[in-house]
Ligand binder design. Sequence first.
Ligand SMILES: [Zn+2]
Length: 289
Amino acid sequence: MGLLEETKERACREVDRLAGELTEMARNIHANPELGFGEYRASAWLTDFLEKNAFEVERGSADLRTAFRATLAGATTGPTVCFPLEYDASPEIDHCCGHNLIGPAHAGAAAALQKLSSAWPGRLLLLGTPNGEEGGGGLKIMLALGEFRDADVAIRFHPSSYTGANTRPMANRALGELFRANLTTLGLDDDPSPPFINRPIGGAMDRLTWVVPTAAPFVAICARSVGRDDTPRFTAAADTSLAYERMVVAAKALAMTALDVLMQPDALEKVKLEFQTNRWLRYRQIIAA
Ligand SMILES: [Zn+2]
């Protein structure tokens, strides 16, 4: 087995060790829904967890009280992998979008990678972006203020009732393919015929794809029959043992994909080449926005 594969296996074992703690955090966030820009408890739980796992944490980034920035350096200099994450709920239907799973999945992947930080070069950057539900306001503000400036790639998983590693049109396909391959290794395949395409989130993720090569995969956290998110059925589905199991699978795939980028210069080069080649597609959208 090569060094990369071995490191991925170690990362997965670390995620398994953290699974109980991540599940507890996700349950707490689900049970205490907080609206966008008011996610005080969720951001405190996530930042405390990251600090405990040796991340350097700055709370209140971009002058937003519930935003944060957490960084950790690897063994030597190298690329920066960014995980943007959200943890807010919607008015009345609470965690109808499963954001209770997003924060702990990314924080868990990051904490697992911290345990083997002598094995990879580069840096991890976690950006807590408030208010994902109502148009991705926190992400838009943090983008405008340059919080993503240092990121070489961004990877964010979102819960859904189907799995689609590469279904977002403006996402970086090369990066999405890395995530897809890791998910397959973990026993979860893409849904060959997605029952619907997830609603756009007010263009915030599209805006991120304009600035940095971004993968924005969907991972099924419930039966396909649950249907779209943004419904009370999805709120219930985001608090089941299956949802928490899939959150752990997503955390593993996130950690593995970060290692692909950090440890394989060829893979990052391919991602960057695609980004450079498609620049006029993005520039046209920027001009039109
Ligand atoms: Zn969402």
